[in-house]
Design a protein around this ligand. Structure first.
Ligand code: FE2
Ligand code: FE2
Length: 136
């Protein structure tokens, strides 16, 4: 599973600032995976999950602002997907803190799906559009 959390060019959205934020997101997710796999306690994993949520909220806001500023037509649907992802990660944090045994695998499967589906399908769609507006 380790390689699944490494950023590579197949994740590029062709917008430098967003690629940089996605790389940071991968870093935090790798940190989370490492902490979970090492069997770190609730406090450590909870702290990484907290940072993941904070960074996710910041990244989604930055992405939405960029799409809005450039009049991206698919913004509304994109925003809904961000909201769903944020809600899920917040719910996972709650489950984790409540001591759900299955949460590790579930969280990792969810995060992997997020990175592959959301970045490679949904985010990559704004790349060509923003490039056509002079945003690289
Ligand atoms: Fe997005
Ligand atoms: Fe993104």
């Amino acid at each position: 599973m380790d390689s699944a959390f490494q950023w590579n060019t197949s994740y590029s959205v062709k917008v430098e600032a967003m690629d940089a934020q996605h790389k940071r997101l991968f870093e935090i997710i790798r940190e989370l995976y490492t902490a979970m796999r090492a069997g770190h306690g609730k406090q450590v994993v909870g702290e990484v999950l907290h940072r993941l949520i904070e960074y996710t909220v910041q990244h989604f806001a930055a992405e939405e602002k960029l799409m809005e500023k450039n009049g991206y037509q698919l913004l509304a649907a994109h925003r809904i997907e961000h909201k769903t992802l944020t809600d899920k990660v917040v719910a996972f944090k709650k489950d984790f803190e409540a001591g759900s045994a299955t949460v590790t695998l579930e969280v990792m499967t969810f995060l992997q799906d997020w990175l592959t589906h959301h970045i490679q399908d949904v985010d990559q769609k704004y790349g060509a559009f923003l490039n056509s507006k002079g945003v690289h």
